[in-house]
Design a binder for this molecule. Structure first.
Ligand SMILES: CC(C)(COP(=O)(O)OP(=O)(O)OC[C@H]1O[C@@H](n2cnc3c(N)ncnc32)[C@H](O)[C@@H]1OP(=O)(O)O)[C@@H](O)C(=O)NCCC(=O)NCCS
Length: 170
């Protein structure tokens, strides 16, 4: 679904096995992983890419910066399993979105650009709602959700904030 999706400055595409080095460089940085998990080893990066990026129905996708053709992060895009949200928006009609960027690319509007493109593709694909979930201290992610008019819902997890955007009008 997300293969070769263009944003203003980037391309979102499926992972290739050769992406592992670029991904490891990003996910081994403790600043990048601060609100996610402890930083990844090379082995953990390979397993993560294999399990979620190189499988039949990928949940993560590579983010390429077009100007330099560099891998600058990954995008999260997959069905979000949640009984209450699926009752409200339809079974299989709720997707989770997210983005993890290399530190050198923060604060240039790329996160907002990518999530904005995922909002647009979701609207075109008949997805009813998208969810952005982040650590309660991850203010940059919360700001992106706020700018794109996501609505905050009560999270079942005290450490997470849950933002939802309806993408399909009745
Ligand atoms: C979270 C992340 C994707 C944001 O991407 P980004 O490209 O830097 O975000 P943008 O530049 O589009 O926008 C960030 C907004 O948050 C604001 N912001 C950034 N850091 C902030 C902070 N510490 N406190 C408050 N606001 C902050 C920026 O000013 C900007 O708002 P503005 O457009 O009103 O000025 C990026 O920082 C990242 O990859 N972090 C590490 C991985 C991660 O945590 N991913 C999210 C998992 S849910």
């Amino acid at each position: 679904m997300l293969d070769n999706l263009k944003t203003k400055r980037c391309t979102i595409r499926k992972f290739n096995p050769s992406d592992v080095g670029g991904l490891f460089e990003i996910l081994s940085n403790a600043n990048v992983m601060r609100y996610i998990e402890p930083e990844f080893s090379r082995n953990q990066t390979e397993n993560f890419m294999q399990k979620y990026g190189l499988c039949e129905e990928p949940k993560i996708f590579t983010l390429i910066y077009d100007k330099s053709k560099t891998l600058i992060g990954h995008v999260i895009y997959h069905p979000f399993k949640d009984d209450a949200l699926e009752r409200e928006f339809g079974n299989g009609k709720v997707f989770e979105v997210g983005v993890v960027l290399a530190e050198a690319y923060w604060n240039r509007g790329i996160g907002s650009e990518v999530i904005g493109a995922l909002v647009d593709i979701s609207k075109e694909s008949g997805i009813s709602a998208i969810v952005l979930e982040c650590d309660k201290d991850n203010l940059a992610s919360a700001r992106i959700a706020q700018k794109l008019k996501f609505v905050e819902k009560k999270s079942g997890d005290a450490y997470l904030r849950l933002f939802v955007l309806q993408t399909k009008q009745e």
